[in-house]
Design a protein around this ligand. Structure first.
Ligand SMILES: NC(=O)c1ccc[n+]([C@@H]2O[C@H](COP(=O)([O-])OP(=O)(O)OC[C@H]3O[C@@H](n4cnc5c(N)ncnc54)[C@H](OP(=O)(O)O)[C@@H]3O)[C@@H](O)[C@H]2O)c1
Length: 238
């Protein structure tokens, strides 16, 4: 996935399922040492390979985050890529949404993402290299009824990415923000009606489509930046 023969070190959150899992699997297949994290140890273990390191835990726990970052840099001396894939979705009208689940989503999608980026970015700056790849959403650019809270978390991720793009301009450090439409993962597994049906999306994206997007971003030469990349199913009318 990279234009260098040097083995890369990647930290992937949300790697127990869906997009994070697929990205971690692809990176490992290309020879990266991949540190994978999520809460479900048994699902992380599905990515069993000599160059995959499992660190199970809750990313909303700031001590766990520090433990992950310290382990990565103490063990390998550096990290090349941070993939912020962990995320959840909670929908509902603003006055009827489950407010505690909404707050948990905000803690994960916003606070945990900002905090981990804060921790890793300091290390990236110290080593003089590094690339943050944020899994935002098309909902980071648009709002629809019942998705105000989720969209707000993704707007926050867009703001993080945009500020980083400007703050890192002129340095070797990179930030990219991927904005997918509907992808078939476990994100909507508890929904009574899958958005595929309710939104009439007959051919949603696959995780492989997102892996291809990541490959495109990582293959760019040093001087090229891909700050944002939206990827949609052809019949996703939004
Ligand atoms: N699927 C889509 O249609 C779509 C579209 C646009 C953007 N996205 C974004 O893409 C990202 C990945 O979503 P996905 O579709 O791959 O969903 P997914 O299959 O549900 O994966 C979510 C990942 O986040 C992890 N996670 C959840 N809560 C966590 C916590 N408290 N601490 C640590 N890890 C936690 C989950 O692992 P554990 O449960 O094991 O902790 C899982 O690995 C999300 O940010 C999502 O918003 C998805």
């Amino acid at each position: 996935m990279t234009n260098s023969q040097q083995p890369k070190i990647s930290l992937v959150t949300g790697a127990s399922s869906g997009i994070g899992h697929a990205i971690a699997r692809a990176l490992a297949a290309e020879g990266h040492t991949v540190i994978i994290t999520a809460r479900r140890q048994e699902r992380l273990e599905e990515l069993d390979a000599p160059n995959v390191v499992i660190m199970a835990g809750d990313l909303t726990d700031s001590e766990f985050q520090e433990q992950v970052v310290n382990t990565v840099f103490d063990t390998y001396g550096r990290c090349d890529y941070l993939f912020n894939c962990a995320g959840s979705i909670e929908t509902g009208a603003i006055d009827t949404i489950d407010v505690d689940k909404m707050a948990a989503m905000i803690r994960l999608n916003v606070e945990a993402t900002f905090r981990l980026t804060y921790l890793v970015l300091k290390r990236f700056k110290a080593q003089g290299s590094g690339h943050v790849i944020n899994l935002s959403s098309v909902m980071g650019t648009k709002v629809r009824p019942t998705a105000g809270a989720y969209a707000a978390t993704k707007f926050a991720m867009e703001a993080l990415s945009e500020a980083l793009r400007m703050e890192l301009a002129g340095t070797p450090l990179k930030v990219s923000c991927i904005e997918p439409g509907l992808v078939m993962t476990e994100l909507h597994k508890d929904w009574p009606v899958h958005p595929k049906e309710s939104m009439g999306i007959h051919h949603p994206l696959t995780v492989d489509n997102i892996v291809d997007t990541v490959k495109f971003i990582l293959q760019q030469p040093e001087h090229v930046r891909i700050p944002k990349l939206m990827i949609l199913p052809g019949d996703h009318q939004i």
